[in-house]
Every structure is written in C-alpha cells, then in structure tokens.
Write a protein that binds this ligand. Structure first.
Ligand code: MN
Length: 266
C-alpha cells in the first residue's frame, strides 16, 4: 500500500557493479519501504576513486533481476553514475544517496582510492545527503545486517540532516550483529598501505609488476576508523568535500609575501 511505501526516495550505487551481492542486499532491504533507483557501474570499478568519463559516451542500460526492475547499468565510474543519475535518469531529485555495500573496509588512506566513497562524495558535491557503506573483509557472508544498519542510519541522517558538503563513511565489522560492541564516531586514519608489487617475468623476458597483497597499517588511536573496526565496532566518519587545510591556510597567510614579485614569498 502507498502509506508505508516511499519513506525515502533513494539513489543507490556502488563500485562493484550492479550485480554485486552487497548492492543486491541493500536494494532488497530498502525496496519494501522506500522508492529506490539503482544507477551503478556495469562492471566492477573498485579503486577508481573520483574519476569521471570525458572521452567516450556513457550508456545506461535498464537491468532487471528477480523480476523486479533493478535500475541502470552504466559503462562508467561510480561518480559518473551519480552525475548521470541526478542529471539525466532520475525523474525527481532523491532524498539521499547510498553507496555500497562494499566488500572490504574503506578506512584510512584507502578512502582516497575508493569508488564507493567517491560516489557518496559526488552526491555531497551535488548537495545531497549521502552515506558510503563498507563491510570489513573480502569474504563477506552476510550483508543483511549491514543493510539494515544502513537503512536505519539513512533515516536518522534525513531526520537530523548533514552539513552541506559533508557525507558519512561507514565501515562495519564482518561479524554477526550480536558480536558488534558498538558504534564509534571516528576520524579518518592516516595509517597507510604497506604497498607491495610482485615483480615477475613475461614469456618475452620483460619484467612486469603485480600490485597487491597489501596489508593496511592501522593507527592505535581507538577513535580512528580502522581501529574501531579492529575492536568489532562500527565506525562512522564524517568526511568533508572541502579539502582546504585551514590551519595551514592561516600559517601561509602569516608568511611575508613580496607584492613586487607577484606572489613569491620573500
Ligand atoms: Mn568495491
């Protein structure tokens, strides 16, 4: 019936492609009570960051799954999906954008590379409340609890609102919900990846490099996103699109600037 339907008008995307189980779980959870439109990449686009497509046309194919209209598969990036969805595909402006559920945590420096996070960031740039949702670990068995958490958080976000240009980056431990010990309003960690490249030789004896098998170095501070996950707690980090370093801005302004040499410090 119409009464309990369409609580929220949601634009749903991800960076793992429209057929990914994390997106399916979120769609399944949301669609009974909300108006959900899926606009997602037609293939996996993990770690493409906030890239957009400029040099070839974008196509949006209607995709149906389980007899329910699922949405649009786009031959572009997660950020493309948000732009195209907002400008060309959706008949009305959504109340909120959800991105995920990504298998694999998006914490610390990882946030800069994540397509999941970039989709939420693009939504925030367009003035919409947005949440990026990830579950720790590649082998996620159960997305359903995380989806239910995302739904209730989305409702909360719509009630409370978010500052203009700010979105939420949510990471959920990969354990049954009864084993989760709480929620931390966290900050982005600075621990970076222990990057590795495996050097190999091709059949023509030229060397090539496989990136991967990287392990993330976590900060100890319990208020940091990755550390929260380690303690089986859900981390929620507010992220700003404005990347200006205001402390550095003040310090730079106190440098003596030589007006005769147009902007060069003395
Ligand atoms: Mn992904």
């Amino acid at each position: 019936s119409k009464e309990n339907k369409a609580d929220m008008n949601i634009l749903l995307t991800n960076d793992d492609g429209i057929y990914a189980p994390g997106l399916q779980a979120l769609h399944q959870c949301l669609r009974s009570r909300h108006e959900v439109t899926v606009v997602a990449p037609d293939q996996e686009r993990s770690a493409v960051g906030h890239g957009i497509t400029l040099h070839h046309p974008l196509r949006a194919s209607k995709v149906a799954l389980n007899a329910h209209f699922q949405g649009y598969a786009v031959n572009g990036t997660p950020a493309d999906c948000i732009k195209l969805g907002m400008v060309a595909l959706l008949p009305t402006r959504p109340d909120l954008v959800l991105s995920g559920i990504n298998p694999g945590a998006n914490v610390g420096t990882n946030i800069h590379y994540s397509g999941t996070v970039a989709a939420a960031k693009e939504a925030a740039l367009l003035g919409l409340p947005a949440i990026a949702v990830s579950v720790q670990g590649r082998a996620v068995v159960n997305f359903d609890d995380a989806a239910a958490f995302a739904e209730s958080l989305a409702e909360r976000v719509l009630q409370q609102g978010l500052p203009q240009g700010t979105f939420l980056n949510v990471n959920i431990p990969n354990v049954p919900f009864r084993d989760i010990s709480g929620t931390v309003i966290s900050r982005q960690g600075t621990g970076r990846f222990d990057d590795r490249f495996e050097k190999r030789r091709d059949p023509r004896n030229r060397s090539y490099y496989w990136p991967g098998a990287d392990s993330q170095v976590f900060d100890d501070d319990p208020e940091v996103d990755g550390a929260a996950l380690q303690g089986n707690r859900i981390s929620i980090t507010p992220i700003k699109c404005d990347m200006t370093d205001y402390d550095a801005l003040e310090r730079l302004r106190r440098w003596r600037w030589d007006s005769a040499r147009v902007g060069l410090p003395e």
